[in-house]
Design a protein around this ligand. Structure first.
Ligand code: HEM
Length: 234
């Protein structure tokens, strides 16, 4: 409305939606679900490590030749990368703007009592920050190989083993996977509410689904460092 008065023009529907809290929450929900889809696929792909180096490295090679000969080498991978980057940016920007709004909306006269954000809100904010930092580390570790001391380009199986042969590699990944589990548990539930999937009858089923997804992803991802640490994968 304020925009319409200042410029004399009506804001577009997209602009009005983006300016509203419901619009930003919807962007968070949809981008979160896109990332969740990627995580399920990534976790399943990672489990190939239990079938040996050839199978895992072959899978990494297949990812790069996906869509060939119609698509050029790595094009499909780049399409996925661009879609994921868009989802991460949309998710982070709307989360940041919603939390600024929430802080501004707190009544000043209660400043001495400092009304605190709920436990779930604080867990989501800290979880989001931890996951953002983890993604940067993870890309430097296993994609660009910048921080992986024993990296061997084109050999992801050996690189994963190198990562999980250090105490800090295991610590970073396991802490991040715990943050991921908690983030998905609450995030999936919130997304379902925002997108209108919840109602009195379905709420219990949605909560169980959120818990199951969080647990399966946590266990699936963590099984890789645990398998390397215990010598099951070597
Ligand atoms: C123990 C847990 C994980 C392991 C062992 C793992 C393993 C890997 C490996 C080996 C690669 C490189 C693949 C290749 O170059 O072919 C990779 C890439 C990637 N991983 Fe993970 N990952 C884990 C968890 C995660 C999580 C939780 C996320 C997201 C929050 C994530 C997001 C990504 C992304 C975005 C890429 C880059 C894909 C690309 O553009 O090539 N990973 N991961």
């Amino acid at each position: 409305m304020a925009l319409a008065t200042r410029t004399g023009r009506r804001p577009s529907t997209t602009r009005t939606l983006w300016d509203s809290s419901v619009g930003k929450k919807s962007v968070m929900a949809v981008s979160g679900l896109v990332m969740l889809g990627y995580l399920v696929a990534h976790m399943l792909g990672n489990l190939k490590i239990f079938f040996g180096a050839d199978e895992f490295n072959g899978y990494a090679h297949w990812l790069r030749t996906l869509g060939s000969p119609f698509l050029h080498h790595e094009w499909a991978l780049w399409i996925v990368r661009v879609a994921l980057l868009a989802a991460v940016v949309a998710h982070a920007v709307s989360a940041y703007q919603l939390s600024r709004r929430d802080i501004k909306a707190r009544p000043v006269k209660y400043a001495h009592k400092r009304r605190r954000a709920s436990y779930a809100t604080r867990t989501m904010r800290w979880g989001g920050i931890i996951l953002g930092l983890f993604i940067v580390w993870h890309l430097l570790d296993l994609t660009t190989l910048t921080v992986n001391e024993r990296a061997w380009a084109g050999h992801p199986y050996e690189n994963v083993l190198a990562t999980f042969s250090t105490w800090y590699g295991n610590t970073i990944y396991i802490v991040a996977m715990a943050a991921l589990g908690l983030h998905i548990r609450h995030g999936f539930w919130s997304a379902a509410q925002t997108l209108g999937a919840g109602n009195a009858r379905r709420d219990r089923a949605l909560k169980s689904l959120a818990n199951t997804l969080a647990l399966v992803l946590f266990a699936g991802f963590v099984s890789v460092p645990v398998a390397v640490m215990t010598g099951v994968v070597s």
